[in-house]
Design a binder for this molecule. Structure first.
Ligand SMILES: Nc1nc2c(ncn2[C@@H]2O[C@H](COP(=O)(O)OP(=O)(O)O)[C@@H](O)[C@H]2O)c(=O)[nH]1
Ligand SMILES: [Mg+2]
Length: 268
């Protein structure tokens, strides 16, 4: 039976890049994806109008919905919202592709075509492994990432090849108990996911991706984040159970909710 796959695009202030991301959904890619949701995390630019205009003028051969978060929940909060949506609507898998056009869905399609996703709890895009292609990343930044991957690998006792790229695929079976709900809502959500997955023994497969930085603006404050991430890893190593049970959010959100702004339903 065909898998039901949701793809979500977290969007925050990337009006310049979002149409390039949507252009990636050609007919071949759409064969594997039942629905795309674009989650506008309350952008302050015109991203939402750009997406609505795109949907009016382009035909994408799958259902596409544009949603607006009721509050800015951060990137992690947006992921939680999308995970809930996937579970609630009976999807088997959920894919995240960042809205600022740094990665390509094409890197994942061959794995889906060959059914490799069914053998793992999650497929995580990796920017720093054999076969990955980086464009516009400084040597310093690459080095820093590789060092962190090594530290995390040592900390969790298994190989970690990326702490959080913008292209991942999860089985909803892994997500349905919402083990991640208390993890950070910001850009550090995926670091927590890696630690959580190691704790629960999820079956992770990293796959090489291409990742580009041309006209994107990263919101990662590198030095600040580097220290926070180390503390996160440290607290996990010191007491894993405590880390897993702890509340990591600065601001506890009761429910992550969004409204539908536009939808294009597709009937096969
Ligand atoms: N920074 C940031 N990005 C968000 C948020 N919500 C969704 N995103 C999206 O998450 C992705 C990653 O953010 P970005 O700042 O580019 O981080 P980086 O590419 O990992 O350095 C982009 O596609 C953003 O559009 C948010 O609240 N803050
Ligand atoms: Mg980015």
């Amino acid at each position: 039976m065909k898998d039901k796959i949701l793809l979500f695009i977290p969007m925050y202030n990337c009006e310049k890049q979002i149409t390039r991301v949507l252009d990636q959904f050609n007919d071949e890619v759409c064969r594997y994806i039942q629905e795309i949701i674009i989650l506008n995390n309350r952008s302050t630019d015109d991203g939402e109008q750009v997406v609505a205009g795109y949907l009016d003028t382009h035909e994408i051969l799958t259902t596409v919905k544009l949603l607006r978060n009721d509050e800015n929940y951060g990137l992690g909060g947006s992921q939680k919202l999308a995970f809930d949506y996937a579970v609630k609507n009976g999807f088997d898998y959920v894919i995240m592709l960042h809205g600022d056009d740094q990665g390509s869905i094409e890197d994942l399609i061959p794995y889906i075509r060959r059914g490799i996703h069914r053998k793992y709890d999650c497929l995580l895009g990796a920017r720093f492994m054999n076969g990955s292609r980086l464009k516009g990343y400084s040597a310093f930044r690459t080095f820093g990432n590789v060092v962190y991957n090594i530290l995390f690998s040592l900390g969790v006792g298994q190989r970690v090849l990326d702490l959080g790229s913008g292209l991942n695929m999860y089985s909803t079976a892994m997500l349905k108990d919402r083990f991640y709900i208390k993890y950070k809502d910001n850009l550090m959500f995926n670091y927590c996911m890696i630690l959580g997955s190691a704790y629960y023994g999820h079956n992770i497969r990293f796959f090489p991706i291409c990742w580009r930085e041309d006209d994107q603006v990263s919101n990662v404050k590198m030095m600040n984040q580097a220290v926070t991430v180390l503390k996160l890893l440290g607290s996990y190593i010191i007491n894993k159970k405590k880390f897993i049970e702890a509340e990591h959010r600065d601001n506890v959100v009761e429910a992550y909710t969004a409204k539908i702004i536009a939808e294009d339903l597709y009937q096969e």
